[in-house]
Design a protein around this ligand. Structure first.
Ligand SMILES: [Zn+2]
Length: 486
């Protein structure tokens, strides 16, 4: 854009382009074959039910089925994708209504928050947030105008008016989105009251929990020592020994399973695993349970616990998910004022080949075990993760995750992974979102990108058309359902 001349808006004639236009008339040929194939593949999966086997929506929404409060607290206040982009352009989180841990002054007027967001909506151009948000505005609320400072109030009024109507309450949207199964994530210490309430209510929507034990297996987790005491209390188990502690975890897993849980979720900074002797494990536990663990002890304990959890998964059938490669709370000033999940988690380089070896040495050859690995380090897809998942029966590769559940991220993932791992060592798509209204958009995007990729394979004679239809169905629906035992 250095020529300095003014560009005509799209669709209007630019005199500087006339020569080019008349010299080469637009092609009148039919839609090219891969594009037609991609459309046909997409048409075959677009209406499939959504399986959302990993995410962070709030189970109280579906248990209580109360209206969402207002457009700002629906779209802006809880969404760290929104926070990070606006913060990067100098907008204070206080001005977006994000609560401060110290109770300091923040914007409380939802319309003011919304106006600020709308006036800066152009910042999301080219990002998946732009697509997810626009999809929800148009598909859920029927907004026809692009969001901007000029359209902010009309959009706010329309959304606020919709939110009061029962057809926009959580359970109705769940049904309208055609969600067959949705998994939330709860701490090992959670009493699962919302999930129990849902089950007892007779509502037919399938919302499941996932068992997330970070608070009681990570010595660096805030309040770890107190969390251990709480674990012992609610599991009615003496946790002063390592054996007692493991038994308490097994008890909690059984409780989660009794409320419908099919998976566990482990958000460790690295993928390191360990397989210590019982004597060494007991000695390590004795060091960490007192709260004085060194950083090295904490890392070794997390590593040992991943292997212990894999052993428990083999016994109780819960599918195990390991997320690593996120440098959490990279910005200490934001973390101190606002707490976790405020948009300052950053991908970091992650080793898998060496890190997972102790766990795989012990359990990697078990076909009855499913360990799903996610990564935020894209460089490991082709070098480490696809070869590992393409060999070990226990290992499967999760979808392009978090920063990479974008059109380009999804394309790169397919290109890096499939040639080595095949489609059937992957587990379909998951949205990993806390933004409920973005779920249809995210799954739709994944279906479109996958169909584009499959159409290319067909065009290049690397896959037959009937196989492509089968794979499209598996990627959109079947793989997630079977991998997560839903
Ligand atoms: Zn997650």
């Amino acid at each position: 854009m250095s020529s300095g001349r003014t560009r005509a808006p799209l669709g209007e004639e630019d005199p500087h382009d006339r020569k080019v236009l008349t010299a080469r008339p637009p092609p009148r040929s039919p839609v090219p074959r891969p594009k037609r194939d991609a459309r046909a593949l997409y048409a075959s999966v677009a209406g499939l039910p959504i399986i959302s086997p990993h995410g962070h929506t709030d189970p109280s929404w579906f248990a209580d089925n109360q209206p969402f409060p207002d457009p700002a607290r629906l779209f802006i206040v809880p969404d760290h994708y929104v926070h990070r982009m606006l913060y990067s352009q100098g907008i204070r989180l206080e001005d977006l209504g994000v609560p401060r841990l110290d109770g300091g002054v923040i914007e409380t007027d939802p319309r003011a928050i919304w106006r600020r967001f709308a006036a800066n909506f152009h910042l999301f151009r080219g990002t998946p947030s732009w697509m997810w948000l626009n999809h929800a505005f148009a598909e859920v609320f029927g907004l026809a105008e692009r969001l901007s400072a000029d359209t902010a109030d009309a959009a706010y009024d329309r959304i606020a008016e919709c939110l009061e109507r029962p057809e926009f309450w959580p359970r109705a949207l769940f049904e309208r989105f055609n969600i067959e199964a949705l998994t939330t994530t709860e701490s090992a210490l959670d009493d699962l009251r919302h999930h129990r309430k849902m089950r007892e209510s007779g509502w037919r929507g399938r919302v499941l929990t996932a068992f997330r034990p970070d608070a009681v297996v990570d010595p660096a987790f805030p309040g770890f020592v107190g969390n251990l005491a709480e674990l012992g209390r609610i599991a009615d188990q003496d946790v002063s020994t390592f054996a007692g502690y493991l038994q308490a975890l097994a008890t909690r897993r059984a409780y989660f399973k009794s409320v419908g849980c099919t998976s566990t979720d482990h958000g460790h900074p690295t993928a390191r695993t360990a397989d210590l002797s019982p004597v060494d494990a007991e000695a390590l536990y004795a060091r960490v349970k007192g709260g004085a663990a060194s950083a090295a002890d904490a890392e070794l304990f997390r590593a040992q616990m991943l292997t212990e959890m894999a052993g428990m998964s083999l016994a109780d059938g819960l599918v195990m998910q390991i997320h690593s490669g996120s440098f959490r709370d990279h910005n200490p000033a934001v973390a101190k004022l606002f707490g976790r999940d405020k948009g300052c988690d950053i991908p970091t380089a992650t080793d898998y080949v060496g890190a997972l070896k102790p766990l795989l040495d012990r359990f990697g050859n078990e076909p009855g075990l499913t360990v799903i690995v996610f990564t935020l380090d894209e460089t490991t897809y082709s070098r480490e993760l696809a070869p590992l998942a393409g060999h070990y029966p226990a290992l499967k590769l999760g979808p392009p995750w978090w920063f990479y559940d974008s059109p380009e991220g999804m394309r790169r993932y397919r290109e890096d992974v499939i040639e080595t791992a095949g489609f059937y060592n992957t587990v379909g798509f998951n949205d990993d979102t806390r933004a409920f209204l973005s779920i249809p958009a995210r799954h739709d995007m994944s279906r479109r990108v996958d169909c584009g990729y499959l159409a290319r394979l067909v065009a290049e004679h690397r896959l037959d058309a009937d196989e492509a239809f089968e794979v499209a169905h598996d990627l959109a629906y079947g793989l997630a359902k079977s991998a997560y035992r839903l």
